[in-house]
Write a protein that binds this ligand. Structure first.
Ligand code: SF4
Ligand code: SF4
Ligand code: F3S
Length: 354
């Protein structure tokens, strides 16, 4: 088995400056809300480590998660993640195809048992033989590859919670990786869910860097790192002062919308959605859906596709669930506050195992 080079050796060999690497680690540490100086400590830890082998498996997905991490018109700091890890198998990005590609995946499984990391986008169809790669079912590939892995990182809502393929009526019997582990269909391994449809690039890189530097981060009740999913969009939304004043846009082109008022009554799911879009933002910190004038769809939450209309306001039910009901719009602030509190209480109870 050939010994992997360290991250530091790899960076030097590829002419990547220490300054650029420090900036990458500082951006990542800041996104995780780590204290000042943590970026330098992460850089020193990572530089000494061997680059971990990573197998990226794509199942029922749209490639949006891979696009999120890689697609930009200019090189971004996030791309440095590909120097930190050794991405040995990724069907969309690798040059090899066919038997050579399959052999590359098998070589990592055989040569680095218990050491490689599996990153997965897409959910797995378990019924009807809907999808095969190289003649093998996605379920068999998942089971075989995860069996010897050190850890699994689910990238996106599809692999984390089932996502769009899992949405009613779920014709392929799609399941998330945690569902497969819970049902014993895939061996249980340390699992981190990085949800979002797609997830924010710096969140993906932040989670990988945290895992390599400190191990599995602290997770919430659905397996998401609390550093990125510990608060709702609503908790940090810049339109929140309008919400608190009861100023709501009623249509996408009314005066309230032009004034940047709260989008709650246009269906924003920010009060019940845990993600860091409002602070980390997208495209190098440029913007996020609400800043572009559209409510949050709740894309990082389980079952977000089946929770009713994206354009109906949230409402609380007597049973404590949260539903989208057009009539609730009239209740305005009171309902919004209720939805946020119910969501938070619900999450707390789940965390406490009640
Ligand atoms: Fe595509 Fe969204 Fe699924 Fe990612 S989570 S593969 S972006 S549908
Ligand atoms: Fe922001 Fe939506 Fe909350 Fe309004 S309801 S403050 S737009 S997250
Ligand atoms: Fe998704 Fe809402 Fe962020 S729709 S991208 S979690 S603002």
């Amino acid at each position: 088995m050939a010994k992997s080079e360290t991250v530091g050796e790899h960076l030097r060999r590829h002419g990547i400056s220490r300054r650029a690497f420090l900036k990458f680690c500082a951006v990542t540490a800041s996104a995780m809300a780590l204290p000042p100086g943590a970026g330098k400590a992460i850089a020193e830890t990572l530089a000494k480590q061997q680059r971990p082998n990573v197998i990226w498996l794509s199942f029922q997905e749209c490639t949006g998660c891979t696009e999120s991490l890689t697609r930009s018109y200019a090189p971004t700091i996030e791309k440095l993640i590909f120097d930190v890890i050794s991405l040995d198998y990724h069907e969309t990005l690798m040059a090899a195809s066919g038997e050579a590609a399959e052999a590359a995946r098998e070589a990592i499984i055989k040569d680095y048992p218990g050491k490689y990391v599996v990153m997965i986008d897409g959910s797995v169809p378990v019924e009807g033989g809907y999808a095969t790669i190289g003649g093998k079912s996605m379920l068999d590939i998942c089971k075989h590859t995860v069996a010897n892995a050190a850890a699994v990182v689910c990238v996106g809502t599809c692999s984390s919670f089932g996502g769009i393929p899992y949405a009613n009526p779920n014709p392929t019997g799609a399941k998330s990786i945690s569902m497969l582990m819970d049902e014993g269909l895939v061996p249980r391994k340390p699992l981190i869910n990085v949800s979002g449809c797609p997830p924010i690039p710096v969140v993906i890189t932040g989670v990988v860097v945290h895992y390599l530097s400190y191990g599995v981060p602290e997770l919430d009740h659905v397996g998401r790192p609390k550093a990125f999913f510990g608060q709702t969009i609503h908790d940090r939304c810049y339109r929140r002062p309008f919400y608190d004043q009861g100023k709501f846009a009623k249509t996408f082109d009314d005066e309230g919308a032009r004034n940047g008022w709260c989008l709650f009554e246009l269906g924003c799911k920010g009060p019940t959605t845990y993600n860091s879009c409002a602070t980390t933002k997208w495209n190098d910190g440029t913007s996020f859906p609400i800043e572009s004038g559209h409510g949050c769809l709740g894309c990082s939450e389980p079952n977000f596709w089946d929770k009713g209309s994206f354009y109906a306001p949230l409402a609380t039910s007597e049973s404590g669930g949260v539903y989208g009901l057009g009539a609730a719009a009239a209740a305005g602030v009171a309902v919004g506050v209720g939805a946020a509190i119910v969501s938070r209480n619900h999450q707390k109870k789940l965390q406490e195992g009640k």
